[in-house]
Design a protein around this ligand. Structure first.
Ligand SMILES: NC(=O)c1ccc[n+]([C@@H]2O[C@H](COP(=O)([O-])OP(=O)(O)OC[C@H]3O[C@@H](n4cnc5c(N)ncnc54)[C@H](OP(=O)(O)O)[C@@H]3O)[C@@H](O)[C@H]2O)c1
Length: 319
């Protein structure tokens, strides 16, 4: 069973280190994934409006709560404000829609999915012209101020950001009335985020590492942004063999031992259970060093597709 180890957030709330990722979890399987996860000790579920599956996740959550498998106060439910709802007047309606879909009356954590606003065109989440997403230039500080009001109104307990770089986070920290509790970024053996993890921790915030298994089924074309599948890496396989663990467990443990939260996605019950068994062994310092040496700056999730790389607030140039 997954451990209940938690990170303490600047607001005093506690975030379980291990969470279930839900990006690309299909409608027909995600309810069962939620049930298996809850029954195996997961208490943190990472969702996003953009993933298009908050409705079925809400059905799954309602079921486990009604069946008494877990209490709402023991869950840590995260969602993300999508880029097309950055205009301050769109923030509360977007949050309310996520709450409706998830069948909840509050979120534990609401993240700005990225600092990059895009135009809100009739509910199209990636409105494009000539193959390029239509950017908006809404300042993410204005979006943040609207997110602060969600905390005031009790709709969300904590707010945070994803896919921000250090400069953007520094600006947010200096101007925000309510400081961000969490920064969520891609983190795995090929993108170790040493500098950002140190920075985020130095500010007392918690770091959540996404794509811990290197996101092997991401729907982006292979190319220079396409890292290898970390679960196939010979270094990972060798360490896994030594511990009698699977490569996935080594990759998850690599994040847990860095003192961050991590959110491996799985729709496969056996994987969900396997991924929870990461609290009964420790990687040695040498093993951690070996895994860190695989860093090559690769990003599994290519935010620079469809022209986002030219966005005024594109975060990854100066990281
Ligand atoms: N903030 C952001 O911008 C952002 C971006 C990307 C991701 N995220 C979050 O982070 C979560 C995780 O990242 P991710 O979905 O990109 O990728 P990931 O968790 O690194 O990898 C998921 C893949 O690994 C497979 N897998 C899981 N456990 C396994 C096991 N034990 N053995 C073998 N294969 C296994 C899954 O297949 P099965 O499903 O068949 O197990 C799936 O194909 C997302 O779901 C999402 O919640 C956030």
């Amino acid at each position: 069973m997954a451990s209940t180890t938690c990170l303490t957030l600047p607001s005093g709330k506690r975030m379980p280190q291990l969470g279930l990722g839900t990006w690309l979890s299909p409608d027909g399987l995600v309810q069962e994934a939620i049930k298996v996860a809850i029954d195996n000790g997961y208490r943190h579920i990472d969702c996003a409006y953009f993933y298009g599956n908050e409705g079925p996740i809400g059905e799954g959550l309602e079921k486990v709560l009604k069946e008494g498998r877990v209490k709402r106060e023991d869950l840590f439910i995260v969602s993300k404000l999508w880029n097309s709802y950055h205009a301050p007047e769109d923030v509360k309606p977007a949050c309310m829609e996520t709450l409706r879909l998830l069948r909840l009356d509050y979120l534990n954590l609401y993240l700005m999915h990225s600092p990059m606003g895009i135009k809100n065109v009739k509910g199209d989440l990636l409105p494009q012209k000539d193959g390029k997403v239509l950017h908006s230039d809404v300042d993410y500080m204005d979006t943040w101020k609207a997110m602060e009001k969600l905390v005031d109104e009790g709709l969300v307990k904590s707010i945070g950001v994803a896919n921000f770089n250090q400069c953007q986070l520094e600006r947010l920290l200096s101007e925000a009335r309510i400081k961000p509790d969490v920064c969520q970024l891609e983190r795995h053996i090929y993108q170790t985020q040493k500098k950002m993890i140190a920075f985020v921790k130095s500010k007392g915030m918690a770091f959540t590492g996404y794509s811990p298994l290197t996101s092997p089924k991401r729907p982006f074309p292979p190319g220079k942004l396409d890292p290898k599948n970390g679960m196939e890496d010979p270094v990972v396989k060798e360490i896994a063999k030594k511990h009698g663990k699977s490569p996935a467990q080594i990759l998850i443990r690599f994040n847990i031992q860095a003192g961050i939260a991590t959110i491996p996605k799985s729709e496969t019950p056996a994987h969900i259970i396997e991924n929870s068994k990461v609290f009964d062994f420790c990687l040695t310092d040498d093993e951690v060093k070996k895994l860190e040496s695989l860093h090559c700056g690769a990003r599994a999730v290519a935010w620079d597709i469809v022209g986002m790389g030219e966005h005024k607030y594109y975060p990854f140039k100066t990281q």
